[in-house]
Design a binder for this molecule. Structure first.
Ligand code: FMN
Length: 243
């Protein structure tokens, strides 16, 4: 068996992860695989070890159909805000694979889990929400490692989804995740491929010592997005520190 350099398999999964919409096959997901993926999500760090997440597995077609109708209506709401090139580009972008995927995992945040004294949340209420997002990222990476795809759908109103799945008012539905086998994981994110938005170069978002002045930050982001990224991040740090 060939041995990979330390960490290589992890970075490979990290960079292969994609948000999937069109490539779902709808084939079954093995129960043991699903269990491992959910176990990975549940292994996430959480503020005060509150573990404020719940995962609702939605396979029922009627429920998924109702949710998809709502998502398409919300897609139209967003599309109505756009004009010109943005409207034209958005019209070509698929934003969900709810019916094509095998199942959906709805991830919810319960702020009362571990309350009243959540260690580390007294000053930052959002720390509970951050914890749920980390569970989602664990799930996403584990699914990628298992050869499956995940697609995050956020074109919904929280009260609609709460009502659809019978969640109490205090609980926030944080993500509707489409999950299942895929024909392939694209190398380039869909939004980049369609010309909606590109990933920024790393040096445009890494700063030495202090947050950059707003005007300076904007200029640097545009300049580095336009530049071919031959300068390394370390070089950029050096330039920053010399200023
Ligand atoms: C909080 C969040 C919400 C998202 N909502 C949607 C969505 O509603 N529809 C969609 O097609 N993609 C959605 N995405 C996926 C992003 O568009 C995607 O992550 C981004 O374009 C980068 O592509 P990649 O994930 O393939 O690297 C969402 C991602 C995040 C983190």
């Amino acid at each position: 068996m060939s041995r990979l350099p330390p960490g290589e398999a992890f970075y490979d999964v990290l960079h292969r992860r994609r948000d999937v919409r069109a490539e779902f096959t709808g084939e079954p997901v093995d129960d043991a695989v699903l269990h491992r993926i959910l176990g990975a999500a549940h292994a996430a760090p959480s503020v005060g070890m509150s573990q404020p997440w719940d995962f609702v597995l939605v396979r029922d077609l009627a429920t998924r159909q109702r949710f998809r109708d709502h998502v398409l209506a919300e897609r139209a709401v967003f599309a109505d805000e756009l004009t010109g090139e943005r409207a034209e580009t958005f019209s070509r972008i698929k934003v969900e694979g709810i019916l094509e995927s095998t199942l959906s995992v709805v991830v919810a945040y319960d702020p009362e889990r571990g309350s009243p004294a959540v260690l580390g949340r007294h000053a930052i209420a959002d720390a509970g929400l951050y914890s749920v997002c980390l569970a989602i990222q664990n799930l996403w990476l584990a699914a990628t490692a298992e050869g499956l795809g995940v697609g995050w759908v956020s074109f919904y109103r929280e009260p609609f989804l709460r009502d659809l799945l019978g969640m109490p008012d205090r609980v926030r539905p944080v993500a509707w995740l489409c999950l299942g086998p895929v024909t392939r994981l694209a190398e380039v994110p869909d939004l980049e491929r369609h010309g909606w938005r590109d990933r920024l170069p790393l040096e445009a978002v890494v700063h030495a010592e202090r947050y950059p002045e707003e005007a300076d930050a904007a200029t640097r982001r545009i300049a580095s997005a336009e530049r071919s990224t031959s300068a390394s991040v370390v070089d950029q740090f050096d330039t920053d520190t010399r200023r």
